[in-house]
Design a protein around this ligand. Structure first.
Ligand code: COS
Length: 380
Protein backbone atom coordinates (compact mmCIF):
# COMPACT_ATOMS: atom_id res chain seq x y z
CA UNK A 1 0.00 0.00 0.00
CA UNK A 2 1.54 3.27 -1.14
CA UNK A 3 -0.10 6.54 -0.12
CA UNK A 4 2.21 8.83 -2.12
CA UNK A 5 1.38 10.58 -5.38
CA UNK A 6 3.41 9.96 -8.52
CA UNK A 7 5.33 12.89 -10.05
CA UNK A 8 2.80 12.92 -12.89
CA UNK A 9 -0.11 13.16 -10.43
CA UNK A 10 1.59 16.02 -8.54
CA UNK A 11 2.15 17.91 -11.79
CA UNK A 12 -1.43 17.32 -12.85
CA UNK A 13 -2.78 18.72 -9.55
CA UNK A 14 -0.61 21.84 -9.96
CA UNK A 15 -1.72 22.30 -13.55
CA UNK A 16 -5.45 21.87 -12.83
CA UNK A 17 -5.23 24.14 -9.77
CA UNK A 18 -3.65 26.89 -11.87
CA UNK A 19 -6.31 26.46 -14.53
CA UNK A 20 -9.11 26.57 -11.92
CA UNK A 21 -7.73 29.63 -10.18
CA UNK A 22 -6.89 31.55 -13.34
CA UNK A 23 -9.76 30.55 -15.63
CA UNK A 24 -12.66 29.44 -13.42
CA UNK A 25 -12.35 31.50 -10.22
CA UNK A 26 -12.59 35.01 -11.73
CA UNK A 27 -16.23 34.76 -12.82
CA UNK A 28 -17.52 31.67 -10.98
CA UNK A 29 -19.68 33.86 -8.74
CA UNK A 30 -21.20 35.82 -11.65
CA UNK A 31 -21.85 32.68 -13.68
CA UNK A 32 -23.59 31.15 -10.66
CA UNK A 33 -25.74 34.28 -10.22
CA UNK A 34 -26.58 34.53 -13.92
CA UNK A 35 -26.96 30.74 -14.39
CA UNK A 36 -24.47 31.05 -17.25
CA UNK A 37 -22.66 27.98 -18.64
CA UNK A 38 -18.83 28.22 -18.74
CA UNK A 39 -18.62 27.89 -22.54
CA UNK A 40 -15.12 29.34 -22.97
CA UNK A 41 -13.73 27.47 -19.98
CA UNK A 42 -15.19 24.13 -21.10
CA UNK A 43 -13.62 24.65 -24.53
CA UNK A 44 -10.22 25.14 -22.81
CA UNK A 45 -10.85 22.11 -20.58
CA UNK A 46 -11.31 20.09 -23.76
CA UNK A 47 -8.09 21.44 -25.27
CA UNK A 48 -6.20 20.56 -22.07
CA UNK A 49 -7.49 16.98 -22.16
CA UNK A 50 -9.75 17.30 -19.10
CA UNK A 51 -12.81 15.87 -20.86
CA UNK A 52 -11.34 12.47 -21.73
CA UNK A 53 -8.52 12.18 -19.22
CA UNK A 54 -8.52 8.40 -18.76
CA UNK A 55 -9.60 7.35 -22.24
CA UNK A 56 -6.99 5.31 -24.16
CA UNK A 57 -4.77 7.68 -26.24
CA UNK A 58 -5.65 5.45 -29.20
CA UNK A 59 -9.09 7.13 -29.07
CA UNK A 60 -7.84 10.65 -28.39
CA UNK A 61 -7.84 10.48 -24.58
CA UNK A 62 -5.22 11.31 -21.96
CA UNK A 63 -4.49 7.71 -20.98
CA UNK A 64 -4.15 8.62 -17.30
CA UNK A 65 -5.21 6.53 -14.31
CA UNK A 66 -8.36 6.97 -12.20
CA UNK A 67 -6.49 8.62 -9.32
CA UNK A 68 -5.45 11.34 -11.77
CA UNK A 69 -9.07 11.73 -12.81
CA UNK A 70 -10.04 12.11 -9.13
CA UNK A 71 -7.33 14.73 -8.62
CA UNK A 72 -8.55 16.69 -11.66
CA UNK A 73 -12.19 16.50 -10.49
CA UNK A 74 -11.24 17.64 -6.97
CA UNK A 75 -9.23 20.61 -8.22
CA UNK A 76 -11.89 21.82 -10.68
CA UNK A 77 -14.68 21.47 -8.09
CA UNK A 78 -12.65 23.10 -5.33
CA UNK A 79 -13.18 26.32 -7.27
CA UNK A 80 -16.25 25.66 -9.43
CA UNK A 81 -18.39 22.55 -8.96
CA UNK A 82 -20.43 23.45 -12.05
CA UNK A 83 -17.38 23.08 -14.28
CA UNK A 84 -16.61 19.91 -12.32
CA UNK A 85 -19.87 18.18 -13.23
CA UNK A 86 -19.43 18.99 -16.94
CA UNK A 87 -16.11 17.11 -16.82
CA UNK A 88 -17.47 14.28 -14.68
CA UNK A 89 -20.37 13.47 -17.02
CA UNK A 90 -18.26 13.64 -20.16
CA UNK A 91 -15.45 11.51 -18.70
CA UNK A 92 -17.14 8.90 -16.59
CA UNK A 93 -20.62 8.51 -18.03
CA UNK A 94 -20.08 9.20 -21.72
CA UNK A 95 -16.48 8.44 -22.69
CA UNK A 96 -16.19 5.50 -20.30
CA UNK A 97 -19.48 4.04 -21.56
CA UNK A 98 -18.47 4.34 -25.20
CA UNK A 99 -14.98 3.01 -24.55
CA UNK A 100 -16.22 -0.08 -22.69
CA UNK A 101 -19.30 -0.96 -24.73
CA UNK A 102 -18.85 0.72 -28.12
CA UNK A 103 -17.92 -0.90 -31.44
CA UNK A 104 -14.78 0.28 -33.24
CA UNK A 105 -16.98 2.32 -35.58
CA UNK A 106 -18.87 3.94 -32.68
CA UNK A 107 -15.60 4.76 -30.96
CA UNK A 108 -14.17 6.33 -34.09
CA UNK A 109 -17.27 8.40 -34.77
CA UNK A 110 -18.30 9.40 -31.23
CA UNK A 111 -15.64 8.59 -28.60
CA UNK A 112 -12.73 10.25 -30.38
CA UNK A 113 -14.25 13.77 -30.64
CA UNK A 114 -15.75 13.46 -27.14
CA UNK A 115 -12.43 12.41 -25.57
CA UNK A 116 -10.65 15.27 -27.33
CA UNK A 117 -13.24 17.74 -26.03
CA UNK A 118 -14.41 18.67 -29.52
CA UNK A 119 -17.90 17.49 -28.59
CA UNK A 120 -19.80 17.23 -25.33
CA UNK A 121 -21.98 14.34 -24.19
CA UNK A 122 -25.08 13.87 -22.00
CA UNK A 123 -26.25 10.76 -20.12
CA UNK A 124 -30.01 10.33 -20.35
CA UNK A 125 -31.42 7.81 -17.89
CA UNK A 126 -33.75 9.71 -15.53
CA UNK A 127 -37.33 10.45 -16.54
CA UNK A 128 -40.11 12.54 -15.00
CA UNK A 129 -41.40 9.48 -13.10
CA UNK A 130 -38.20 7.36 -12.99
CA UNK A 131 -35.24 8.22 -10.75
CA UNK A 132 -33.88 5.74 -8.20
CA UNK A 133 -35.92 2.92 -9.75
CA UNK A 134 -34.09 3.39 -13.02
CA UNK A 135 -35.33 0.15 -14.61
CA UNK A 136 -38.93 1.42 -14.64
CA UNK A 137 -38.28 3.85 -17.46
CA UNK A 138 -41.09 4.62 -19.93
CA UNK A 139 -39.17 5.84 -22.98
CA UNK A 140 -39.67 3.22 -25.70
CA UNK A 141 -37.60 1.95 -28.61
CA UNK A 142 -39.22 -0.02 -31.45
CA UNK A 143 -37.15 -1.60 -34.22
CA UNK A 144 -38.63 -0.83 -37.67
CA UNK A 145 -36.47 -2.00 -40.55
CA UNK A 146 -32.98 -0.66 -39.95
CA UNK A 147 -34.08 2.07 -37.52
CA UNK A 148 -35.12 2.27 -33.88
CA UNK A 149 -38.03 4.63 -33.26
CA UNK A 150 -37.66 6.37 -29.91
CA UNK A 151 -40.58 7.97 -28.03
CA UNK A 152 -40.57 9.46 -24.56
CA UNK A 153 -39.04 12.09 -22.32
CA UNK A 154 -35.92 12.47 -20.17
CA UNK A 155 -35.45 14.64 -17.12
CA UNK A 156 -32.66 16.44 -15.22
CA UNK A 157 -30.11 15.92 -18.00
CA UNK A 158 -26.71 17.46 -17.24
CA UNK A 159 -25.08 19.13 -20.30
CA UNK A 160 -28.52 18.70 -21.94
CA UNK A 161 -28.73 21.90 -23.98
CA UNK A 162 -24.97 21.97 -24.72
CA UNK A 163 -24.23 18.45 -25.98
CA UNK A 164 -23.89 16.96 -29.42
CA UNK A 165 -23.98 13.28 -28.38
CA UNK A 166 -26.60 11.72 -26.07
CA UNK A 167 -26.57 8.25 -24.50
CA UNK A 168 -30.28 7.57 -24.17
CA UNK A 169 -31.82 4.63 -22.29
CA UNK A 170 -35.11 3.28 -23.63
CA UNK A 171 -37.01 0.02 -23.31
CA UNK A 172 -38.00 -2.47 -25.98
CA UNK A 173 -40.83 -3.64 -23.71
CA UNK A 174 -42.29 -1.58 -20.86
CA UNK A 175 -43.49 -4.76 -19.16
CA UNK A 176 -40.10 -6.48 -19.07
CA UNK A 177 -38.51 -4.41 -16.25
CA UNK A 178 -34.77 -4.04 -16.69
CA UNK A 179 -34.42 -6.83 -19.26
CA UNK A 180 -35.84 -4.67 -22.06
CA UNK A 181 -33.66 -1.62 -21.43
CA UNK A 182 -31.22 -0.67 -24.20
CA UNK A 183 -28.80 2.22 -24.64
CA UNK A 184 -28.79 4.29 -27.83
CA UNK A 185 -26.39 6.91 -29.17
CA UNK A 186 -28.45 9.84 -30.43
CA UNK A 187 -27.08 12.87 -32.22
CA UNK A 188 -28.38 16.30 -31.36
CA UNK A 189 -29.85 17.19 -34.76
CA UNK A 190 -31.88 13.96 -35.19
CA UNK A 191 -35.45 14.81 -36.31
CA UNK A 192 -37.98 14.16 -33.54
CA UNK A 193 -35.45 14.95 -30.81
CA UNK A 194 -36.04 18.28 -29.05
CA UNK A 195 -34.50 20.04 -26.07
CA UNK A 196 -37.06 20.85 -23.35
CA UNK A 197 -37.16 23.10 -20.31
CA UNK A 198 -33.89 24.35 -18.79
CA UNK A 199 -34.06 23.92 -15.01
CA UNK A 200 -33.48 26.66 -12.44
CA UNK A 201 -31.50 25.11 -9.60
CA UNK A 202 -30.46 25.63 -5.97
CA UNK A 203 -26.79 24.94 -6.74
CA UNK A 204 -24.36 24.14 -9.57
CA UNK A 205 -26.31 26.90 -11.29
CA UNK A 206 -23.81 27.50 -14.07
CA UNK A 207 -24.05 23.87 -15.15
CA UNK A 208 -26.69 22.99 -17.68
CA UNK A 209 -29.71 20.84 -16.75
CA UNK A 210 -32.78 20.30 -18.91
CA UNK A 211 -35.46 17.89 -20.08
CA UNK A 212 -35.43 16.18 -23.49
CA UNK A 213 -38.26 14.94 -25.70
CA UNK A 214 -38.33 12.17 -28.29
CA UNK A 215 -41.26 12.08 -30.70
CA UNK A 216 -41.02 9.41 -33.40
CA UNK A 217 -37.25 9.95 -33.33
CA UNK A 218 -35.71 7.48 -35.82
CA UNK A 219 -32.10 6.48 -35.27
CA UNK A 220 -29.93 4.01 -37.21
CA UNK A 221 -29.90 0.48 -35.72
CA UNK A 222 -26.09 0.64 -35.59
CA UNK A 223 -26.43 3.32 -32.88
CA UNK A 224 -27.44 0.69 -30.35
CA UNK A 225 -24.64 0.64 -27.75
CA UNK A 226 -23.44 -2.71 -26.49
CA UNK A 227 -25.09 -5.25 -28.78
CA UNK A 228 -24.52 -8.11 -26.38
CA UNK A 229 -25.10 -6.13 -23.19
CA UNK A 230 -28.45 -5.16 -21.82
CA UNK A 231 -28.81 -1.42 -21.37
CA UNK A 232 -29.57 -1.58 -17.66
CA UNK A 233 -26.25 -3.17 -16.78
CA UNK A 234 -24.56 -0.60 -19.06
CA UNK A 235 -26.28 2.15 -17.02
CA UNK A 236 -25.26 0.67 -13.68
CA UNK A 237 -21.71 -0.15 -14.79
CA UNK A 238 -21.20 3.38 -16.04
CA UNK A 239 -22.80 4.85 -12.90
CA UNK A 240 -20.35 2.90 -10.70
CA UNK A 241 -17.57 4.93 -12.32
CA UNK A 242 -19.67 8.10 -12.35
CA UNK A 243 -19.99 7.83 -8.58
CA UNK A 244 -16.19 8.07 -8.26
CA UNK A 245 -16.36 11.30 -10.30
CA UNK A 246 -19.17 12.79 -8.19
CA UNK A 247 -17.43 11.71 -4.98
CA UNK A 248 -14.37 13.63 -6.22
CA UNK A 249 -16.54 16.63 -7.07
CA UNK A 250 -17.89 16.50 -3.49
CA UNK A 251 -14.33 16.25 -2.17
CA UNK A 252 -13.43 19.36 -4.16
CA UNK A 253 -16.37 21.31 -2.71
CA UNK A 254 -15.34 20.19 0.80
CA UNK A 255 -11.70 21.23 0.18
CA UNK A 256 -12.74 24.62 -1.21
CA UNK A 257 -14.98 25.25 1.81
CA UNK A 258 -12.23 24.12 4.20
CA UNK A 259 -9.56 26.34 2.62
CA UNK A 260 -11.90 29.35 2.72
CA UNK A 261 -12.75 28.63 6.37
CA UNK A 262 -9.07 28.36 7.42
CA UNK A 263 -8.21 31.63 5.66
CA UNK A 264 -11.15 33.47 7.19
CA UNK A 265 -10.53 32.07 10.68
CA UNK A 266 -6.95 33.41 10.61
CA UNK A 267 -8.01 36.86 9.37
CA UNK A 268 -11.18 37.53 11.34
CA UNK A 269 -10.65 39.02 14.80
CA UNK A 270 -13.14 38.99 17.68
CA UNK A 271 -12.52 39.66 21.37
CA UNK A 272 -9.12 41.07 20.31
CA UNK A 273 -7.84 37.82 18.72
CA UNK A 274 -8.12 35.89 15.45
CA UNK A 275 -11.11 33.55 15.76
CA UNK A 276 -8.73 30.67 14.85
CA UNK A 277 -7.37 30.95 18.39
CA UNK A 278 -10.71 29.79 19.83
CA UNK A 279 -11.13 26.09 20.44
CA UNK A 280 -14.72 26.13 19.10
CA UNK A 281 -13.34 27.13 15.68
CA UNK A 282 -10.30 24.83 15.90
CA UNK A 283 -12.50 21.80 16.58
CA UNK A 284 -14.69 22.59 13.56
CA UNK A 285 -11.58 22.85 11.36
CA UNK A 286 -10.16 19.62 12.76
CA UNK A 287 -13.38 17.70 12.07
CA UNK A 288 -13.50 19.09 8.54
CA UNK A 289 -9.89 18.12 7.87
CA UNK A 290 -10.34 14.55 9.14
CA UNK A 291 -13.52 13.95 7.11
CA UNK A 292 -11.83 15.33 3.97
CA UNK A 293 -8.88 13.00 4.39
CA UNK A 294 -11.16 10.01 5.03
CA UNK A 295 -13.25 10.85 1.95
CA UNK A 296 -10.10 11.13 -0.15
CA UNK A 297 -8.92 7.69 0.98
CA UNK A 298 -12.29 6.07 0.20
CA UNK A 299 -12.28 7.68 -3.24
CA UNK A 300 -8.72 6.60 -4.02
CA UNK A 301 -9.50 3.04 -2.86
CA UNK A 302 -12.40 2.81 -5.34
CA UNK A 303 -10.29 4.41 -8.10
CA UNK A 304 -7.43 1.97 -7.42
CA UNK A 305 -9.78 -1.01 -7.60
CA UNK A 306 -11.06 0.23 -10.96
CA UNK A 307 -7.53 0.68 -12.26
CA UNK A 308 -6.69 -2.84 -11.09
CA UNK A 309 -9.67 -4.25 -13.02
CA UNK A 310 -11.42 -5.38 -9.83
CA UNK A 311 -15.04 -4.87 -8.80
CA UNK A 312 -15.51 -1.39 -7.38
CA UNK A 313 -19.34 -1.07 -7.15
CA UNK A 314 -19.44 -1.17 -3.36
CA UNK A 315 -16.29 0.93 -2.98
CA UNK A 316 -17.65 3.69 -5.22
CA UNK A 317 -21.02 3.67 -3.38
CA UNK A 318 -19.18 4.03 -0.05
CA UNK A 319 -16.95 6.80 -1.43
CA UNK A 320 -19.86 8.79 -2.91
CA UNK A 321 -21.96 8.52 0.23
CA UNK A 322 -19.17 9.61 2.54
CA UNK A 323 -17.73 12.32 0.27
CA UNK A 324 -21.11 13.94 -0.40
CA UNK A 325 -21.94 14.00 3.33
CA UNK A 326 -18.47 15.48 3.91
CA UNK A 327 -19.16 18.20 1.33
CA UNK A 328 -22.38 19.14 3.14
CA UNK A 329 -20.67 19.04 6.55
CA UNK A 330 -17.70 21.15 5.47
CA UNK A 331 -19.74 23.71 3.53
CA UNK A 332 -22.11 24.10 6.50
CA UNK A 333 -19.22 24.55 8.96
CA UNK A 334 -17.48 26.99 6.59
CA UNK A 335 -20.62 29.14 6.53
CA UNK A 336 -20.82 28.92 10.33
CA UNK A 337 -17.18 30.01 10.74
CA UNK A 338 -17.82 32.97 8.41
CA UNK A 339 -20.87 33.96 10.51
CA UNK A 340 -22.99 36.65 8.83
CA UNK A 341 -20.39 36.96 6.04
CA UNK A 342 -20.97 33.31 5.22
CA UNK A 343 -24.63 33.94 4.54
CA UNK A 344 -24.12 36.64 1.92
CA UNK A 345 -22.73 36.29 -1.58
CA UNK A 346 -19.47 38.24 -1.06
CA UNK A 347 -17.71 35.02 0.02
CA UNK A 348 -17.79 31.70 -1.88
CA UNK A 349 -18.95 29.53 1.02
CA UNK A 350 -22.70 30.04 0.53
CA UNK A 351 -22.23 28.81 -3.07
CA UNK A 352 -20.31 25.77 -1.78
CA UNK A 353 -23.22 24.95 0.55
CA UNK A 354 -25.76 25.19 -2.29
CA UNK A 355 -23.49 23.21 -4.65
CA UNK A 356 -22.80 20.47 -2.09
CA UNK A 357 -26.44 19.36 -1.81
CA UNK A 358 -26.70 17.88 -5.30
CA UNK A 359 -23.84 15.45 -4.60
CA UNK A 360 -26.17 13.66 -2.15
CA UNK A 361 -28.80 13.34 -4.89
CA UNK A 362 -27.52 12.75 -8.42
CA UNK A 363 -25.92 9.59 -9.82
CA UNK A 364 -27.71 7.71 -7.05
CA UNK A 365 -29.04 9.30 -3.87
CA UNK A 366 -27.37 8.67 -0.51
CA UNK A 367 -30.17 6.19 0.20
CA UNK A 368 -29.33 4.23 -2.98
CA UNK A 369 -25.64 4.13 -1.97
CA UNK A 370 -26.65 2.75 1.44
CA UNK A 371 -28.87 0.19 -0.28
CA UNK A 372 -25.93 -0.96 -2.44
CA UNK A 373 -23.66 -1.27 0.61
CA UNK A 374 -26.35 -2.93 2.78
CA UNK A 375 -27.10 -5.57 0.13
CA UNK A 376 -23.40 -6.42 0.04
CA UNK A 377 -23.18 -6.61 3.83
CA UNK A 378 -26.16 -8.96 3.99
CA UNK A 379 -25.07 -11.37 1.25
CA UNK A 380 -21.46 -11.70 2.35
N1 COS B 1 -23.21 -3.02 -12.54
C1 COS B 1 -23.68 -3.80 -13.55
N2 COS B 1 -24.84 -4.48 -13.46
C2 COS B 1 -25.53 -4.40 -12.31
C3 COS B 1 -25.07 -3.63 -11.22
C4 COS B 1 -23.86 -2.92 -11.37
N3 COS B 1 -23.37 -2.15 -10.38
N4 COS B 1 -25.96 -3.73 -10.20
C5 COS B 1 -26.93 -4.55 -10.63
N5 COS B 1 -26.66 -4.95 -11.91
C6 COS B 1 -27.46 -5.87 -12.75
C7 COS B 1 -27.79 -7.13 -11.99
O1 COS B 1 -26.76 -8.10 -12.12
C8 COS B 1 -29.08 -7.57 -12.65
O2 COS B 1 -28.84 -8.19 -13.90
P1 COS B 1 -28.92 -9.79 -14.10
O3 COS B 1 -30.29 -10.21 -13.65
O4 COS B 1 -28.68 -10.00 -15.55
O5 COS B 1 -27.85 -10.38 -13.22
C9 COS B 1 -29.76 -6.25 -12.97
O6 COS B 1 -28.73 -5.25 -13.00
C10 COS B 1 -30.80 -5.84 -11.95
O7 COS B 1 -30.19 -5.86 -10.69
P2 COS B 1 -31.03 -5.57 -9.37
O8 COS B 1 -32.18 -6.50 -9.27
O9 COS B 1 -30.07 -5.52 -8.22
O10 COS B 1 -31.60 -4.12 -9.68
P3 COS B 1 -32.56 -3.18 -8.86
O11 COS B 1 -33.68 -2.79 -9.71
O12 COS B 1 -32.85 -3.76 -7.50
O13 COS B 1 -31.67 -1.84 -8.73
C11 COS B 1 -30.23 -0.23 -7.82
C12 COS B 1 -30.47 -1.71 -8.19
C13 COS B 1 -31.31 0.34 -6.93
C14 COS B 1 -28.91 -0.23 -7.08
C15 COS B 1 -30.13 0.58 -9.12
O14 COS B 1 -31.40 0.67 -9.76
C16 COS B 1 -29.61 1.97 -8.94
O15 COS B 1 -28.41 2.17 -8.79
N6 COS B 1 -30.51 2.98 -8.95
C17 COS B 1 -30.13 4.37 -8.94
C18 COS B 1 -30.06 4.87 -10.32
C19 COS B 1 -29.37 6.18 -10.38
O16 COS B 1 -28.23 6.32 -9.97
N7 COS B 1 -30.07 7.17 -10.94
C20 COS B 1 -29.49 8.43 -11.19
C21 COS B 1 -29.46 8.62 -12.66
S1 COS B 1 -28.12 9.55 -13.25
S2 COS B 1 -28.27 11.29 -12.44
Amino acid sequence: MDFSYTEEQKMLRKMVREFAENELAPDARERDREERFPDAQVKKMGELGFLGIYVDPKWGGGGMDMISYCIMMEELSRVDASAGVVASVNNSLICAGLEKFGTEAQKEKYLRPLAKGEKLGAFCLSEPSTGSDASALKTTAVLKGDKYIINGAKNFITNGTKSQVYLVFATLDVNSSYKGVRCFIIERDTPGFTIGKKEKKLGIRSSDTCSLNFDQCAIPAENLLGERDDGFSIALTVLDGGRIGIASQALGIASGAFDAAVKYAKEREQFGKPISSFQAIQFMLAEMEIKIEAARLLIYKSASLRDAGQNYSIASARAKLFASETAMFCADKAVQIHGGYGYIKDYPVERFLRDAKITEIYEGTSEIQKLVVARDVLVS
